[in-house]
Design a binder for this molecule. Structure first.
Ligand code: AMP
Length: 256
């Protein structure tokens, strides 16, 4: 497995087609690995990026406290049969100092877009840059970040980017908590409460009832809303913001 730090180095690499790409911010867990596995099963070359993208953090503290488990990440990716890790510095990706940005004007202003101003501008901009650098035939995204997945899928279609976006199912801990790098930041009692987000979200009661129940067990609710045949929630345990979503009625294949 090769660790590539610069765009020039990547241009000198000779990846075999097809290239499957998994963008991440590191602090990897089995959720990330499920995307890597899907990429490994369907491509000759697998590239994983590790880049904690500052432009998508509307809260500086959140950015500075984002977990970093580099050594463990690298050994996990080696074991998963990854060919290249692309891990650029900020300046390499943002030579423009973020003067140029991709914005979506409709879907990005609800749910996480509403409570995290500028978040999706940062996400779409960095994903556009990464896709233009790596030029993968396939790129893999988790439905844990469902709104992000939809926005990226539509961005790629809108700008005629020749990458197929593959959406993969949410991977959960045995107690139902959606795997997330931020789970590392939970205290022991918070970790015990965290699976209730998924449990309560699955109940058929209405959105207001769900908000009440989440508050009762100790969450500070950001939103619970229904869109695109799914129910979405974001809620805080202390300073840690957790998100989750469940399909309403429909079932989904693991990757589509
Ligand atoms: P992140 O490192 O949080 O930016 O996530 C990188 C990719 O992994 C995104 O496409 C996420 O949606 C995906 N991902 C994160 N957690 C999970 C999970 N529990 N199940 C499936 N995909 C996930």
């Amino acid at each position: 497995m090769k660790i590539v730090k610069s765009i020039r180095e990547w241009k000198n690499a000779k990846p075999e087609k097809t290239v499957g790409f998994v963008p991440t911010m590191g602090a990897l867990h089995r959720g990330h690995l499920s995307l890597v596995e899907e990429a490994r099963n369907n491509n000759s070359t697998v590239v994983v990026s590790i880049f904690v993208n500052p432009t998508q953090f509307n809260d500086k503290n959140d950015f500075h406290s984002y977990p970093n488990t580099w050594e463990k990440d690298i050994s996990m990716l080696k074991n998963a049969g990854v060919d290249y890790v692309f891990s650029p510095e900020y300046k390499e990706l943002y030579s423009d100092e973020y003067r140029y940005q991709i914005s979506e004007k409709k879907m990005a202003s609800v749910l996480c877009g509403e409570s995290r101003p500028g978040h999706f501008d940062g996400v779409l901009t960095v994903v556009m840059k990464l896709l233009n650098i790596i030029k993968p035939q396939f790129a893999y995204f988790g439905k844990k970040d469902y709104q992000q997945y939809m926005l990226i899928r539509d961005m790629v279609a809108t700008f005629f980017i020749e990458t197929q976006i593959v959406g993969c199912d949410i991977i959960r801990e045995t107690d139902g908590l959606a795997m997330s790098s931020r789970n590392l930041l939970l205290s022991e009692p918070q970790r015990k409460t965290a699976p209730l987000l998924y449990k309560i979200l699955q109940q058929t009661s209405n959105v207001n009832e769900i908000k009440k129940q989440l508050a009762v067990v100790g969450f500070k609710v950001d939103y619970v809303e229904e869109f695109w045949q799914r129910r979405f929630a974001a809620a805080f345990l202390g300073k840690v913001r957790l998100i989750d979503n469940v399909p309403l009625g429909e079932t989904y294949d693991s990757c589509s």
